[in-house]
Ligand binder design. Structure first.
Ligand SMILES: [Fe+2]
Ligand SMILES: [Fe+2]
Length: 150
């Protein structure tokens, strides 16, 4: 995944996310969806947060992120069930927490402070989710000899 260029990086409070092979959990569909989440986050930061003064448009982009994240969590859980992932209940619990927290943030009226918090929170959802929870699933795939094969 190539790193997008940020037109106003110096003044933007958010660093962009770059997906690298180190972020792979060893499952093609999950990796592809994670790349999509990174891109969505970067688009939110570059095209909307830094360039668009319309808070309603920012809120629409955040809501789109919410919708895609929720769909990703559902699909990922289906994959984990199919592969009989032993730690799925803890994983699902974390998914539910991320989704509920994000929904609570996004139901507030859009205002600059709330959107700044939600954008920061989106980033931590991505990094906690991919770097910690999903990495554990990658370890499971690895220990079952199916890392990179599914
Ligand atoms: Fe996950
Ligand atoms: Fe995931």
């Amino acid at each position: 995944m190539s790193m997008p260029t940020h037109p106003r990086q110096a003044e933007c409070p958010f660093r962009l996310l770059e997906w690298t092979s180190n972020d792979s959990v060893g499952h093609r569909l999950i990796d592809d969806q994670h790349k999509g989440l990174y891109q969505l986050y970067n688009r939110l930061v570059i095209n909307v947060y830094c360039q668009c003064p319309d808070l309603n448009i920012i809120a629409i982009d955040s809501a789109e992120f919410y919708r895609i994240l929720a769909a990703h969590c559902d699909q990922e859980e289906d994959i984990m069930r199919a592969l009989k992932y032993s730690s799925i209940s803890k994983h699902v619990e974390h998914h539910r927490f991320y989704i509920k927290s994000l929904r609570d943030l996004l139901t507030d009226n859009p205002n600059p402070a709330a959107l700044r918090i939600s954008t920061t929170y989106l980033r931590s959802i991505i990094t906690d989710h991919v770097d910690r929870d999903d990495r554990d699933f990658g370890t499971f795939l690895s220990s079952h000899g199916i890392w990179g094969l599914v």
